[in-house]
Design a protein around this ligand. Structure first.
Ligand SMILES: NC(=O)C1=CN([C@@H]2O[C@H](COP(=O)(O)OP(=O)(O)OC[C@H]3O[C@@H](n4cnc5c(N)ncnc54)[C@H](O)[C@@H]3O)[C@@H](O)[C@H]2O)C=CC1
Ligand SMILES: O=C(O)[C@H]1O[C@H](OP(=O)(O)OP(=O)(O)OC[C@H]2O[C@@H](n3ccc(=O)[nH]c3=O)[C@H](O)[C@@H]2O)[C@H](O)[C@@H](O)[C@@H]1O
Length: 446
């Protein structure tokens, strides 16, 4: 977006992953994101470059965005909760050892509060004498699937800095970049620690809304209330607002879970166990929602899905992306595998290879062969549904609303059941065709 909006600025994207950089330089970009290809193709080779020559890019840059992955730690202190800062630290060390001039280093990755302080210490201890490094925190708020429009018209851009004259000057340099397309009043300056914490807080609050409405969906299913009506009526209160109140099979994506776990770890490290428990509950509710959905499928299908064909429509964690990180669809499919169902999956953007990778249990001998016996990846929704006894909608792709449902009904074993984990189908119309329908948060009477 910077390259697109600022023709006078040269943007070089460097990554140590050669395959990814090759893909960025090819006709087939490594990720699917509406509107991205057009921008890349318009700017590439003009003021936008992709390279693995990290050192050259560091030497040439005035401003460096550190945007590497910060996954949840898998082992050691804080395993399962804390963010793994290995990649952020190795980038920082590389900048320190390679830079021959002063730089502004922008923390773009999502990191725990006070990471900027560690970056500064590493840079100051390891760089050539006489160089200055100003650290800014500029967290990213885009959502996948709408990344280009979110970047084009952000609700806000947050730039945290030290309140020293040098910190303020660095902040001003980054404000100038954004002011090429973002209105001034939307660019907010704060302290470094507030900026870092805001990113974790914003994701935690967004995820909390989803867990809140999903908790209510369970009550709706027992009482006969309709979760969409409840969400709509609550959202009309201007203090609540309508967004992020769509009940679902659970939230996924690479960040909500990791960032909340990170916040939980931060709270525990600060000796605030009640605060940690409070945020942990957002995740607990999400796990419950995924499990609850899968259990509803089994109980509705006469308490067994062994050898039954189930069609799964949607594998990405949300529509308009091919990303499957933490996708609820994988959790539900793994549950179906344990119950020995035959699962046929269709997703318009997720490659077959990725689906098998996500469903293979690491460390289980021969599981990749077993998974291929239990799971089939299909080229169309119709193919996945033919002969199935149940259909699960696990991603809200628009095309699932337009399917030829009467033809699907004809092709299925009876009773034909639909389990709408995203609340996107018109249940009454499907019932008229003959389907038995379960929709999340709308009662369990199929
Ligand atoms: N994916 C998203 O929508 C958003 C992500 N974020 C944050 O942005 C950060 C990055 O996220 P993603 O792009 O999704 O992760 P990713 O895992 O897709 O990409 C990270 C890239 O960094 C590269 N890398 C790692 N260490 C490196 C090093 N030392 N030198 C050069 N390249 C290196 C990796 O090869 C990889 O290609 C995370 O902190 C995430 O929380 C924030 C907002 C939105
Ligand atoms: O830090 C990040 O990575 C990003 O995380 C989220 O973005 P993202 O995970 O890409 O996508 P969301 O639109 O937030 O959806 C996350 C999950 O919640 C689910 N969801 C979303 C909204 C809703 O009402 N109900 C619901 O179940 C989605 O289906 C999806 O599985 C935030 O929305 C971004 O602001 C943030 O920058």
């Amino acid at each position: 977006m910077i390259a697109h909006k600022c023709p006078h600025i040269q943007v070089t994207i460097v990554d140590m992953n050669q395959e990814r950089i090759d893909a960025w330089n090819s006709e087939t970009l490594p990720i699917y994101e509406p509107g991205l290809e057009e921008v890349v193709k318009a700017c590439r080779g003009k003021n936008l470059f992709f390279s693995t020559d990290i050192d050259k890019a560091i030497v040439e840059a005035d401003l460096i965005f550190v945007s590497v992955n910060t996954p949840t730690k898998k082992s050691g202190v804080g395993a399962g909760y804390a963010a793994d800062l290995f990649y952020v630290e190795s980038c920082t060390r590389r900048i320190a050892s390679v830079a021959t001039s002063s730089k502004i280093v922008v923390e773009k990755s999502t990191v725990p509060c006070r990471t900027a302080q560690s970056m500064r210490t590493i840079l100051e201890a390891n760089s050539r004498p006489g160089l200055r490094f100003d650290i800014l925190s500029n967290p990213e708020f885009l959502a996948e699937g709408t990344a280009m429009s979110d970047l084009d018209k952000p609700d806000r851009v947050l730039i945290g800095s030290l309140s020293t004259p040098e910190g303020r000057a660095a902040q001003q340099s980054l404000i100038e970049v954004y002011s090429n397309w973002v209105p001034k009043e939307k660019v907010i300056g704060t302290g470094l620690w507030s900026s870092e914490l805001t990113k974790l807080a914003a994701n935690a609050i967004l995820a909390q809304r989803i867990s809140s409405i999903n908790a209510l969906s369970a009550i709706c299913e027992v009482t006969g209330a309709d979760v969409d009506e409840v969400a709509y009526a609550c959202g009309l209160d201007s203090r609540i607002g309508p967004k992020f109140l769509k009940s679902s099979v659970g939230f996924g994506g690479s960040c909500f879970q990791k960032d909340i776990l990170n916040l939980v770890y931060l709270s525990e490290s600060l000796h605030l166990p009640e605060v940690a428990d409070y945020w942990r509950q957002v995740i607990t509710m999400n796990e419950y929602q995924k499990r609850r959905f899968a259990q509803t499928v089994v109980s509705s299908m006469f308490n067994t899905i062994t050898n039954k064909k189930l069609a799964v429509l949607g594998f990405a964690f949300k529509k308009d992306t091919g990303d499957t990180r933490e996708t609820p669809s994988a959790t539900v499919c793994r549950f179906f595998r344990q119950e020995n169902a035959k699962v046929s999956i269709y997703d318009p953007k997720v490659p077959e290879k990725q689906i098998f990778l996500d469903l293979t249990e690491p460390g289980v001998q021969d599981d990749s062969a077993v998974v291929k016996k239990q799971v089939t990846v299909c080229k169309s929704a119709m193919e996945a549904c033919t002969g199935a006894e149940g259909i699960c909608i696990l991603t809200e792709w628009d095309e699932f609303k337009q399917l030829d449902w009467p033809a699907i009904y004809e092709s299925m074993a009876k009773p034909a059941m639909v389990f709408d984990g995203r609340g996107i189908l018109e249940a009454d119309k499907l019932r008229e065709i003959g389907f038995k329908v379960f929709s999340i948060g709308k009662g369990v009477n199929l």
